[in-house]
Design a protein around this ligand. Sequence first.
Ligand code: 6PG
Length: 471
Amino acid sequence: MSKAHFGLIGLGVMGENLVLNAERNGFSSVVYNRTYAKTEAFLKGRGFGKSIEGATSLQDFVDKLERPRRILMMIKAGGPTDAVIEQISPYLEEGDLLIDGGNSQFRDTERRVADLESKSFGYIGMGVSGGAKGALEGPSMMPGGTKTSYQAIESLLSKMAAQVEDGPCVTYIGRGGSGHFVKTVHNGIEYGIEQILAESYDLMKRGAGMNGDQIADVMSYWNSTEELCSYLVEITEACMRTKDPIDGTDIVEKIMDKAGQKGTGLWTVISALELGAAVPTIYASLNGRVMSSMKSQRIAAESILKGPSIDHIDFGDATNGLPPLMDAVVLSSMASYAQGMELLRLASSEYDYQLDMPSIAQIWKGGCIIRSTLLKRIQDAFTLDPNLTNLLIDPWFAEQVNRRLPGLAKVVINASQSGIPVPCLSSTLDYINSYRTGRLPQNLVQAMRDCFGSHTYERLDKEGVFHTDWI
Ligand code: 6PG
């Protein structure tokens, strides 16, 4: 019996869909799951009649694969991934390749690449984005590891990936844990844009008194513009339009306002702090989730801490996308991408990932959660200037900032006056205002540091390191 081209471990929804995707693209497959009952159910269900067979044990799984083996693990990040690596390693032979398609911490991947490569196995840490549908129809994939390992799976991944006008949404990212690092930052941007859209919903609902369908109409308009056409705006429209089948009201209003998180947003912020990258919009989105989870405290505080009463906020013509609110959402989304790209740039140099920024923008144009038409502009900006320090100073983006900044400021003022929290929008305003200010007040911070701790300071008017006896 001929051996299978491709193996998958972990029949969760992502794993199932990825193996169906591989099989559809001509790669006969073998699947293994910790509980065989799940494998059986899959083979009798969605896997029925396809070139997919099941394995009862890891040894059986490995035996059913052609050499060199290409094995994708879609299992829980952390301990479970280490456990499977340990269990399967005795059965692997030189040249076999393990691919971790979960949301692993990039430092875990660094360690695993070094460890596995030293045993002459290949190891790829690969970010996979696109949710269940993307996994089946074509995700965006971010593989990192050695180039040789990548080449062994390039044809498979290129066929499985989403396709955009200039190629598949997969490319070799770089050495070590770079693939998972890039996926982590992708998720940080994802957190930012989700929170930005949630803030705009709150402003439309509580500030402008709009209902679900009216908000959905604005989302639909935004999704028709170059600046906001994106998967996340598209699904926000769908979320806003969907009714509760029980009583026909907006279902979103029935959902508990506590956002979960699995770690990648936190890792983005930790990495940014470690590398000295300013990511305030992304950080604000993470804090937004943390604040949201304090539901009982917020309810208790509601009757103690009084804010301004909510005035009606006039954002202008809804058929024109509520112009100032659109300005705020456009600039905050751009800031999320800019901060993420800046973090990638710093990580690339610190960890020697040699990231190719235009290629990363290219593979995010399709398949992934943050896909948007803006990514074409981001790709162009980094193609024009591969050393671009901040996306917002690229000529096309700078024109957007200059035109839309008054709108963003107006929205933040209106929100503050109405007592509606807009952490991402206000952080973005401060981010842009800080970034475009040649002289910030940190001269005074330096003075204070020197005053209480003799930390010294530099001067604008002469070279050197100085100390003053302040008092
Ligand atoms: C993707 C997503 C996905 C992620 C979820 C949940 O690109 O397909 O980023 O990988 O796991 O979005 O993330 P949180 O639970 O942390 O919001």
